[in-house]
Structure formats: C-alpha cells, structure tokens
Design a protein around this ligand. Sequence first.
Ligand SMILES: *Cc1c(COP(=O)(O)O)cnc(C)c1O
Length: 230
Amino acid sequence: MLQATIADQLEKVRIRVQQAEKKANRPANSVQLVAVAKTKPTADIEAAYAAGQRSFGENYVQEGVDKVQALQHLSDIEWHFIGQLQSNKTREVAEHFHWVQSLHRLRIATRLNNQRPAHLPPLQVLIQLNIDEEPNKAGISLAELPEFAKAVQALPKLQLRGLMLIPKANPSAAEQAHTLQLCQTAFEELQQQIDRVDTLSLGMSNDLEAAIAHGSTMVRVGTDIFGPRS
Ligand SMILES: *Cc1c(COP(=O)(O)O)cnc(C)c1O
C-alpha cells in the first residue's frame, strides 16, 4: 500500500484511540497501539515506522522472524508475537521478539523461558483468555487463570504483564459487553495479585472503542491501518 495511505490510516486510528480514551475518561496516551502487519510486506511496516509507529504485531513465526531480521536497523521497534505458537518454533520467538501475547500452555511458556537468550531482558508475556470458550479458538478459561498465572510468574525469563483476548467475531452488543466486562474484572483481579501486571490487550479494528471503554490498555489493529488481507 502507498506510504501516504498508511500514514493517513494510521492517523485516523490514532484519533479513534484518543477519542475513545477521552470518552471513557481515561488519560491521554494510556492505550498503546500495536500495528498488526501479518501478510503485509516489510515496506508497509517501514511506512508506518516513518509515520511514528513503533510497536508491531506478527502472527506467523517464519514471516515474523524474516521481518524482524530485515528491519534490524530500525532498532527501536517493539515486536509482539500474537499468533499461535507450536513448541518446535518457540526458540525463534524467544530469540527475536520482545512480547508474546498469546501464551496459554505451560509447555510453551517453559520452553520460551528456557530458550530466552541470557543477554536479553525477560520476554514480556500476556496470557490469552478464551472467555467465550469457543472450541476453535486458543486460550485458557477464567477458571484456569489463577493457577496458570502463578506458574508463568515463577519463570524468571518471562515477565507476566497481563491478559490478551480475541473476542468472538460479530457478537451482539450484549454479548460483547458481557465478555469485555468479564475480561476487565479478571484483569483487575490479576493486577491485585501480581505487581508488574499493567496490560490488557483487547480491541482490534472493529471493536477498539468498546475495548477501551472496558479498560483496554493495548489495541491490536491490522485492517484499519494496512488495509484488508487477501
Ligand atoms: C489479525 C489480528 C489482529 C488484527 O485484526 P484486524 O481486525 O485486522 O484489526 C489483532 N489481533 C490478533 C491476535 C490478530 O490475529
């Protein structure tokens, strides 16, 4: 996509975030924008970078690592892995990313911890919830959260920062409010228990306003910045 178009769309998303912060009586800049560039070329990331964007999300290990390496000269990019992670790919993620937002299995968490290079700071992690318990979606249930969070917290090369949720597609307004409310409550409880927890990653192109109204501190936006994925 044209560099000017990406800059333009990025600005529109920033304005939406600012307006949602204001409407929810949240402080300005309390919500971090992660630009999701999966399937898009590195040139699109460079265009967003030139427009001031610094956090980027990737879903696929090989594609993500290729982009991290190709853009190594942009050394202040913060890379977020947000996709499903298989155990044979954990090393690549532990070595190349700053954040993993999709943690939901202890076996994966343990491997990431063991494979995080000693010279790098701890990997920043979010636990992925599946509140609606949709069978084809990853994530743990609310009932499993306390025990899983405790196990993750015990791993020294992982820093537990909060929760991530991919809400159901096309929910009714009532369903959406219900799910977001449960997620916000779970986040607030976790914050009481664990010091460094400060991140609720909730909200995408279609629902970032509702997410920010329910306490989201991080939104992950792809389509509305980079255009539809084919
Ligand atoms: C693709 C993706 C997004 C971005 O979704 P859009 O609707 O394109 O904004 C956000 N989060 C995750 C986990 C994704 O896989």
